[in-house]
Ligand binder design. Structure first.
Ligand SMILES: Nc1ncnc2c1ncn2[C@@H]1O[C@H](COP(=O)(O)OP(=O)(O)OP(=O)(O)O)[C@@H](O)[C@H]1O
Ligand SMILES: [Mg+2]
Length: 399
């Protein structure tokens, strides 16, 4: 991992609720127990509590109870006197003392051996302890935040975790939801990490959208935000620049995406509409939707060489609706239409049994409900001029 302190990213309801709780608890000295799967951001939230608290100017001491060998953990937490054990050549302060005035974050507290659970219980109750090998009681002013990805209630049932300690720690429980429970945060996190790693590495990889974003949304992220962060770091470093392709995604993601894509008859727009991140300043929804519609209409016309019958079939809409849309966009220009074009239109309409009311070959052509005209060259079924779409800022249609 590249060293970089991330801000808390997330707008989902689930994260908003966590943030509200954190805001409230940060103003107190109450003990907090943060739970959640690995990689959900437990440490980040613990830091957020400390940084929003009146203790922010003091130390935040982090102890990973699962990473320190059990025989060393007691001295690490509470300190030791000189000669307390082999190798204790001089006295050393423990992490609780170092956190005096600030906060101690006991990560993976579920891994704490039973004999240290008793000692921790006493610290929580009295804020006092003795260093290893000492009989002198030390008093500290420390706020305790603990975290675990273990089910502590189950550990209590299995007699691996003391029930009294569990209740002492669990004064304010904060559960960080898994990423699959708040998939709406994925686009924000993806953009955040791509931007972050571009900035760190000086690379210029475009934030994924379209099918790539669909694939990222379809995946369940068992490693949660950490897994997503690591993937974005890898993609930015290996890609260097340009847009991300499906081939840049690891097999597990790609597979999940192809499995989850509906196929064949009845495949709805669910997987086809573009994903975009709502910009902070908001957007003009009407014009975005109109631009997207025009984009698909133009594609349908281009694919059918301007044949409005086939284009309207592709778009599953009435031909008249399509014609109306084109007219509104000024893409049907009566005066500029040649006789040959008009005849082709009539032939096309006849072939598909959609001859407009009153129309006969080479004679009357419906001009949109106004006056009938016997001169095809003056009719209003004009040639279609599929203009390239004006690319809409900020979204990339997945078509
Ligand atoms: N909401 C978020 N916004 C930005 N970055 C996040 C967010 N949540 C997590 N991260 C990042 O994801 C990574 C994992 O977060 P963190 O270490 O806090 O998870 P954890 O729950 O403590 O994991 P573990 O249980 O494995 O210790 C970190 O690099 C963190 O910065
Ligand atoms: Mg952690």
């Amino acid at each position: 991992m590249l060293a970089f302190r991330s801000p808390l990213v997330g707008e989902s309801l689930a994260i908003q609720n966590v943030l509200k709780t954190i805001e409230k608890v940060s103003q107190t000295d109450s003990t907090v127990l943060i739970t959640g799967e690995s990689g959900t951001g437990k440490e980040l939230f613990a830091r957020a509590i400390h940084e929003a608290s009146p203790r922010a100017g003091k130390a935040l001491v982090v102890v990973n109870c699962g990473a320190i060998p059990p025989e060393l953990l007691e001295a690490e937490l509470f300190g030791h006197v000189k000669g307390a054990f082999t190798g204790a050549v001089q006295a050393r302060q423990g992490r609780f003392e170092l956190a005096h005035g600030g906060t101690i974050f006991l990560d993976e507290v579920g891994e704490l051996p039973l004999h240290l659970q008793v000692k921790l219980l006493r610290v929580i109750q009295t804020r006092t302890f003795e260093a290893v090998g000492s009989s002198k009681t030390v008093e500290v002013d420390v706020r305790i935040i603990a975290a675990t990805n273990r089910d502590l209630e189950e550990a209590v049932r299995d007699k691996e975790f003391r029930e009294d300690l569990y209740y002492r720690l669990n004064v304010i429980p904060v559960r960080i939801p898994s990423l699959r429970e708040r998939k709406s945060d994925i686009p924000l996190l993806v953009n955040h990490f791509v931007q972050q790693f571009n900035q760190i590495t000086g690379h210029a990889v475009e934030a994924p959208s379209g099918a790539i974003m669909d694939a990222l949304l379809a995946y369940d992220w068992p490693g949660n935000v950490r897994e997503l962060e690591n993937l974005m770091e890898r993609i930015v470093i290996l890609k260097g620049q340009g847009s991300v392709d499906l081939g840049d995604l690891p097999h597990r993601l790609f597979q999940k995406y192809t499995e989850s894509r509906p196929s064949g008859e009845g495949a709805t727009a669910e997987w086809e509409f573009p994903r975009m991140v709502l910009p902070q300043q908001g957007l003009d929804l009407k014009s975005i939707v109109a631009a997207f519609e025009n984009h698909l209409v133009d594609q349908a016309l281009a694919r059918t060489n301007g044949n409005k019958n086939r284009a309207s079939e592709l778009l599953q809409m009435n031909r008249t609706t399509l014609v109306e849309k084109l007219r509104k966009r000024g893409m049907i220009v009566p005066a500029a239409q040649s006789r040959a074009e008009a005849m082709a239109e009539v032939a096309e309409a006849i072939a598909s049994n959609q001859v407009p009311t009153g129309a006969t070959t080479g004679a009357t052509i419906n001009n949109g409900g106004n006056n009938a005209n016997t001169n095809p060259t003056a009719g209003n079924i004009g040639s279609v001029n599929p203009t390239p779409i004006n690319p809409t800022r900020g979204f990339e249609p997945n078509v």
